[in-house]
Every structure is written in structure tokens, then in C-alpha cells.
Design a protein around this ligand. Structure first.
Ligand code: CTP
Length: 401
């Protein structure tokens, strides 16, 4: 995992509109591929009047998507999935028509539908005749798109293919390429950072068939691992037994016991960030029976328990302490007071306190948390676990800036 080129994991969905500048989209595609960035092209019908699908496909080293109603395309990758399959959507050239459609939420072909369906940042490189660019309608559309968060590069001023002079010429491929690198980096504030996340329960064996465990589903920890990876971090997820699939781009290490979890965490060091979400069993049977314990008529024997290692405290107080250590506190009462005490006891930077007495939190989809740090307590509204994870990952990225 180390030493990899972070650009090689970046994906751009490139919408090529219909304008004479479409030929520059070929050079842009070449620059992106040379930098290791994957390019998936969408060619509009008008765009195909200027460049051929074959040229675009050859340079992108991917197939060209063109038709919203193509059964073969839809079977391979539906348009909604297509719209989310990239880290960034780039429209180059962005014609007056494509800008108008995007500004008004039209969805009558693959390009406009993709722009309406995407949840990814969008960067447009406008290209049109100077009068079209300066028309009040285009001004309105530009303002609306900017208000929607769309980024723009260009247009440049200069001689145009139509013989006129002024702003409207598409930015040069090198400039669009730089803008793409900037947009990709903004979306990845944790690129180059390493993160460790513990998640799920642990299972402490009593005998070969029985364990002591708890009701943790791992959902919150997995969502945090996914959110950190989404911001560009290189994430190791040390997970106890759960029914969940590893989030994309996350390295998962499966463990069962607290001791194994600690060892896997230590093996993942050094890291910049550690988030301990796992519901680690606090005790384990002192000894594990070699064979299944039988109900042999005798009264049940008490199981002697010993404490498991505290992973959060060990990481917080260790020689290779991550820059930022975040713990969770599952409490049923006096949530914030207990969290404050835990912050001091464990030596971590933040405690994310959640009230598990609220029905449906443990194993459920939502979480209401408070972030407790030396600076005080900040309460967050109840939200889906994935949303809590995204907010926490954003907060972590800000803290590491
Ligand atoms: N934790 C850990 N290793 C343990 C126990 C807990 O890393 N052996 C971590 C959890 O992942 C969590 C935090 O410590 O981030 C707090 O866990 P919690 O169970 O609430 O705290 P405990 O230390 O077990 O305290 P208590 O059960 O007494 O409230």
C-alpha cells in the first residue's frame, strides 16, 4: 500500500459536449491518462459530430458511453451508477446548451441525466461563441451553476473558430488538467494520511464453541473507515466479527479477540489517525477450555474473568502515538460526564459519546453523538451513521490541516 501513486486511484467522468473545442478533450484525456487518472468518457450526440467515439475510447482506454437508452450500456453500468462511479465529473467542452440543461435540471440525454444524478463535484470548461457566452441567459445559468457548487475553468479570451474575438474559447487542456488536479485534491484532504479504525465487537472464547461478545454491529466503525477513505486516507480497518463487507478502498484485517485486535492495531502503526470504535469486550475468560465444557450434572462453574488490554489507552499512551486519537464511549447514563472522565483516563484527544440507552442505536441505522474534547462538548443532531461518519471525517481532516 505504501508508495502508491494516489492519482492512480482517481477517476474522472468526462462529458464531451458538441463544439469545435471537443478536439481539445482528446488532449485532456491524454494528459489525465498519462498522470494515471482513469477517464470514463460520455460523448453527447453533438459531441460525436466533432470527435469520434473511437478516438475518445482509444485515448481513455475505456468504452465511450453515449446513449441513455442503450440496453447494453445500461446492463453494464446503469446511468445512476455511472454518475457516481467517478471522483469528479468534468464537462469539456461545456456548451451553452449543456450549461442550460444542468442549470435547469433537465435530464433528456445521458450527459444531462448524469449531471442531475451525480453526487460528485462537477467542473465545467465552457466553450461557446462570445455572444452566446455574454447572453443574459448564459449569465443566469452560470450564476445558478456556481450557486449549486459547480466549479469553472475558463473560458479564455481570444480568436474563435467562428471568426469573432472575445471570451468563450475553451481553456487549454493543460489548464483544465491543473483545475482537475486542484478539484481532486480539495475532495481528498486526507490524501497521504494513514488511518486506523477499530470496529465491531470482539469475541472472547470460553471453549471451542462458546464466546463472550456483545451486540455491536460494526456499522458506525465501517462507515467511519469508508468516510476517511473517501477523503483520501489510506485506511486499515481492524474488525471483530461482523456481517458487513469491507468498504471500497479500505484494507480490512479480521480479528476475534481483544488481544488480536491490539496486535493488529500495533502492526498497522505508524498512523496519523486512530479511531477506536470497536466495542471491545472488557473481560475474557482467564483460561480457555481445550474441549467443549459439558453439562455433566455438576452445578455451573463460575467463569473466572480477567481484563482485556485497553486498545484505545495503549495507542494513546504508546511511543508511536498517532497525531489524533479518537475514542467512542457507549454510555447508558450520565453520557457527557462519563465521556469526560474517559477522555482523561484513556489519554485520547476526542471522545465521541453516544447514548446507547436510546432504543435502536446499538445495531441500528442512526446515531446521536456528542464530541467531547479538551475544548468542551459539542452535540450533534441525530443522523444516519453514514452522515455521522462523514461529519467526523471532515472534522478529523480539519484538525489535521
Ligand atoms: N476500548 C478499547 N479497548 C478496550 C475497551 C475499550 O480500545 N479493551 C475503546 C473503545 O473502542 C472505545 C473506548 O475505548 O473507543 C471506550 O469504550 P467503552 O467500552 O465505552 O469504555 P470502557 O473503557 O470499557 O469503560 P466502561 O466500560 O467502564 O464504561
Amino acid at each position: 500500500m505504501e508508495g502508491r501513486n494516489p492519482l492512480s486511484e482517481q477517476r474522472v467522468l468526462l462529458i464531451v459536449g458538441g463544439g469545435i473545442a471537443a478536439y481539445k478533450a482528446l488532449e485532456l484525456t491524454r494528459l489525465l491518462r498519462k498522470a494515471g487518472i482513469a477517464v470514463r468518457p460520455i460523448l453527447t450526440r453533438a459531441g460525436a459530430q466533432f470527435v469520434t467515439p473511437l478516438s475518445l475510447s482509444a485515448l481513455a482506454e475505456d468504452k465511450v458511453y453515449a446513449d441513455l437508452f442503450s440496453l447494453t450500456d445500461e446492463a453494464e453500468m446503469g446511468h445512476i451508477e455511472l454518475s457516481r462511479s467517478a471522483d469528479l465529473v468534468v464537462v469539456a467542452p461545456a456548451t451553452a446548451d449543456l450549461m442550460a440543461k444542468a442549470a435547469n435540471g433537465h435530464a433528456d440525454d445521458l450527459a444531462s441525466t448524469t449531471l442531475l444524478a451525480t453526487d460528485k463535484p462537477v467542473l465545467m470548461a465552457p466553450a461557446m461563441n462570445v455572444r452566446m457566452w455574454e447572453h443574459a441567459a448564459t449569465r443566469r445559468n452560470l450564476a445558478a451553476l456556481k450557486a449549486d457548487g459547480v466549479g469553472f475553468v475558463g473560458p479564455d479570451e481570444g480568436a474563435m473558430a467562428c471568426g469573432e474575438f472575445g471570451p468563450g474559447r475553451m481553456a487549454e487542456p493543460a489548464a483544465i488538467f491543473q483545475a482537475i488536479l486542484g478539484a481532486l485534491a480539495t475532495g481528498r484532504p486526507l490524501a497521504g494520511k494513514r488511518a486506523l479504525v477499530t470496529a465491531g465487537p470482539t469475541a472472547e472464547p470460553i471453549d471451542p464453541v462458546r464466546v463472550i461478545t456483545n451486540r455491536s454491529s460494526g456499522k458506525q466503525g465501517y462507515a467511519i473507515a469508508a468516510a476517511l477513505a473517501g477523503l483520501g486516507a489510506e485506511v486499515t480497518l481492524v474488525s471483530g466479527p461482523t456481517a458487513l463487507a469491507a468498504p471500497a478502498g479500505v484494507r480490512r484485517v479480521d480479528v476475534e479477540t481483544a488481544q488480536q485486535m491490539l496486535e493488529a492495531c500495533e502492526a498497522a502503526l505508524p498512523v496519523d489517525i486512530a479511531v477506536c470504535v470497536a466495542a471491545v469486550a472488557d473481560w475474557r475468560p482467564e483460561s480457555v477450555a481445550a474441549a467443549k465444557v459439558k453439562k455433566d450434572g455438576a452445578s455451573p462453574k463460575p467463569i473466572a474473568l480477567v481484563e482485556t488490554p485497553d486498545i484505545l489507552a495503549t495507542l494513546s499512551k504508546g511511543k508511536r502515538r498517532p497525531k489524533l486519537v479518537v475514542g467512542f464511549a457507549a454510555e447508558t447514563n450520565d453520557v457527557e460526564a462519563n465521556a469526560k472522565a474517559k477522555l482523561a483516563k484513556k489519554g485520547c484527544d476526542w471522545i465521541v459519546a453516544n447514548d446507547v440507552s436510546v432504543a435502536g442505536t446499538m445495531g441500528g441505522e442512526d446515531n446521536a453523538v456528542a464530541i467531547v474534547s479538551a475544548k468542551g462538548v459539542e452535540r450533534w443532531d441525530r443522523a444516519p451513521k453514514a452522515e455521522v461518519a462523514r461529519r467526523l471525517a471532515d472534522r478529523i481532516a480539519k484538525a489535521l490541516k
